[in-house]
Design a protein around this ligand. Sequence first.
Ligand SMILES: [Zn+2]
Length: 292
Amino acid sequence: MESRNNKVFRLVIVFLCILIIGLAYLYFYYKKENRDLRYSLTSLESIEIVSYNVDSIDKQIEDFKNIDDAIKNKYDEYYTNIAKLEKKINNGESSVKIAYLTFDDGPYDLTYKVLDTLKANNIRATFFVLGKDGVEDRYKRIVNEGHTLANHTYYHNIGKGLYDSVDSFIQQVDKLEKYLYDITGYKTTLVRFPGGSATAKGLKDDIIKELHNRGYNYVDWTSETGDGSSKKLAEKDTWTWYQDTTRDKNIIVLLMHDYNYSTFNNLQRIIDDLKNRGFIFLPLHNKSMMAN
Ligand SMILES: [Zn+2]
């Protein structure tokens, strides 16, 4: 009897063991299943995130197709606001002061150093350039570094044909515009008359009409370092010219030449002085009040 009870007891133990093992197997099996499911869910989420990003990349690519328009609109908006600011400054409604640094007749070797100085000061300026072979990288650098590339006629031959007629002037503007566009992809919209607009004398108004027809405005200057004269000026002279011609002005267009070392050697000093006087530095633009 006792041995029979023992047998039943052993059978119960074995059954219980099988049951525990079975339950444990089922428990771990479902736990694993669950985990796998969670992993799948997480991967699904990642896929969704990735596909969302892909969607937005598609949209961005679509936007980039119109990037030229987008940039142009942004520039137009920005410069329209600058023009409003200029008006306020002139009406005494704003204490902001604007300095437009301009460099004429280049690019020369010295243009690199001028660009380096502007870059070191995080300043954008304007370069009224001529047509020169073999200096394509200099035009490109002017544009790439955010300065305004502007038209100063192809040959700058004052007294040797440039001001013979409206056509002789406009031809050189067109020629330079095409030349610069082929190199940089940038179309100039600002002109400075070689010698200043007064040099065109009786032709001035008709030339301006033709320039406006082509979407151009012209810019003279309010201030200068005097380095364009045939006399070789010493550094102290260009500094004096700068001081005398910028006094009491809130918007200045400073005429300089990027071939001239007596100006270049004062450039950092001029920038520091303008900063101390509260000026901000901007590249010239077609909508500026200083462009007519
Ligand atoms: Zn010039």
